[in-house]
Design a binder for this molecule. Structure first.
Ligand code: DAH
Length: 336
């Protein structure tokens, strides 16, 4: 190949380049240590001195030209690559940010905390007991005899002979009185379990138990404390009604209703046209319960109450199906 042949080869190689990879290959092919120019310069050795000098100069001129050309094309493609890279990683700093979803407390937790806050402000302390309870604390100690309907297998989850999932928080009364001298002034919030599932029952729900034992505690103290609580929870104007009832562990016993928050007593779907909403059970601690824990039933009196937290939350938030609390539907939960 002569010089003009070499120049043709160089020109056609460079003009065939389509991208950055091509130009890199062409650069090596032409200008590399074993490239075309190196090879060509090598053949000069065979020429004699004068010719060699002449040819050497022409080849070197062509080589410099080639180097410049290659550099030029290389820069062009490098520019293009840079633009492509920048386009791919481009960030629009004016785009609005994605707000992260912030978790919230479950409506039942919120309600439990609100109930607790109110009773703590009235001087009650918080007591706890186990969810898995022995039958004795759940029933006998509370004066619920073996043939009482509440002991029926249909309501109670038995985990082992003599052991149940507590059906109410009342056993915490017993545990507290067994471990503590009077006076006692506690609430016991927590989960309870019953084998029941429909629009107003879930197999697990929550209760807050209350117990106040001292000398000279009267039914009017119960009324006073519950009125304060309801006033704080639902507003000062909320009315209360005590209805005679029966619980084995209190005597006398009363069920407490509050004036319907929706219709204010006129009658609606929520209160089933009665104007009243049943919210808790209560009464004066039965002397037998005192005897069971070794308290002096001659000297002491006390009141107790128990309320369903889901029930309170349903009234407070206007929810008509208790199961909503436990579907874990974020559309429901995010409203609270
Ligand atoms: N333990 C009762 C229940 O689960 C609620 C209750 C009623 C608790 C009266 C009490 C009480 O402490 O005095 O239905």
């Amino acid at each position: 190949m002569d010089i003009s042949g070499l120049k043709e080869k160089v020109t056609s190689e460079i003009s065939s380049v389509k991208n950055i990879e091509d130009i890199k290959k062409v650069k090596v092919f032409l200008l590399g240590r074993k490239g075309l120019f190196a090879e060509f310069l090598d053949t000069l050795k065979t020429l004699d001195k004068d010719l060699r000098k002449e040819a050497g100069r022409s080849i070197n001129e062509l080589k410099v030209w080639t180097e410049n050309k290659v550099k030029e094309v290389e820069t062009l493609y490098e520019e293009q690559e840079k633009i492509k890279r920048e386009a791919a990683s481009w960030i629009d700093v004016t785009m609005p940010g994605k707000t992260p979803l912030i978790g919230k407390k479950h409506p039942i937790t919120q309600t439990l905390e609100e109930i607790t806050r109110i009773f703590v402000s009235l001087g009650f302390s918080v007591a706890e007991g186990p969810d898995i309870e022995i039958e004795y604390y759940n029933f006998e100690a509370l004066n619920i005899p073996g043939d009482h309907p509440a002991r029926d297998m249909q309501d109670t989850f038995y985990v082992a002979p003599g052991t149940v999932l507590r059906t109410h928080t009342s056993p915490v009364q017993i545990r507290t009185m067994e471990s503590q001298l009077p006076p006692v002034k506690i609430i016991a919030p927590g989960a309870v379990y019953r084998c029941d599932h429909d629009i107003s029952h879930t197999p697990m729900f929550h209760q807050v138990e209350g117990l106040l034992v001292d000398k000279n505690i009267r039914f009017s103290d119960l009324k006073g404390i519950l009125s304060m609580f309801i006033g704080e929870m639902f507003g000062k104007d909320t009315t209360l009604r005590f209805r005679p009832s029966y619980f084995p562990f209190t005597e006398p016993s009363a069920e407490v209703d509050m004036g319907c928050v929706i219709c204010a007593g006129k009658g609606c779907r929520l209160c089933k046209d009665t104007g009243w909403l049943e919210i808790l059970g209560s009464g004066m601690v039965h002397p037998q319960v005192f005897r069971n824990v070794g308290y002096d039933q001659e000297e002491l009196t006390g009141f107790a109450f128990g309320m369903g937290v889901e029930r309170i939350a349903m009234i407070k938030f206007g929810i008509d199906d208790i199961r909503q609390f436990y579907y874990n539907d974020i559309r429901f939960l995010s409203q609270f």
